[in-house]
Design a protein around this ligand. Sequence first.
Ligand code: FNR
Length: 187
Amino acid sequence: DKLDLAVIVGSNRRESINRRLARALVRLAGDRVQARFIRIDDLPIYNQDLEPGRTPEVHRFTAELARAEAILIVTPEHNRSIPAVLKNAIDWGSKPADRNVWRDKVVAITGASPGAIGTAVGQQHLRQVLGALGALVVGGEAYVSFKPDLVEADDRIAVEATREFLGQWLDRFLGVASRMRPLRAVA
Ligand code: FNR
C-alpha cells in the first residue's frame, strides 16, 4: 500500500516555485505515495519559553511529521543557507530532545532557484542540520534551476531531461523508504 509521505516546502511565499516543484514531484511519485503537505508558515518563532505550552499549530506540525513514513523537503536557498521559516520548523521538531521527530526519519531534500546552482549551498546546510538530528538523508543530490515554463499548470515537468533525472532521484528515495518500512514497524 501507499507510503505516507510528508511534504515540507521551505517557502512561505504564495507563488513559491518550490511549492510548484513539490507538486510536480508528488505527481511524479504517483500512486506510490499518499502525500500530505505540512504547513510551516503558521508556527511561532521558536522560543524555549514557549515550551510549557506549545501552540496547537506546533502540536499539529510535530504529530504530522511523527506519523510520516518518509519526508520530502523542497526548499529555496536564502543567502546561501536554509530559509528561516524552514529552520524554525526543524527546530520545533527537534525538541524536546527525547521526542525529536527527525531521528531515524527517511528524508529526501531538493530545491529550486532561478539561479544557476539551484540551491546547492542551502541544501548542504540542510543536510548538515538533518544529519545532526539523526535523520537519514537519502536519494542523493538534486538541484533544480527553475525556469518559468519548467512546471506546467497540471504539475507535469515540461523538460524531459529534468523529468527523467528527478524521476530517478525519486525512485531511489522511495525505494529506500519502502525498504525501511519493515524496520519502522518493529521500532
Ligand atoms: C533569495 N534568493 C536566492 N537564490 C539563490 O539561488 N541563492 C540565494 O542565496 C538566494 N538568497 C535569497 C535570499 C532571500 C532573503 C530571498 C527572498 C531570496 C532568490 C530565491 O531563489 C527566489 O526568491 C526563489 O523564488 C525563492 O523560492 P520560492 O520562495 O519561490 O519557493
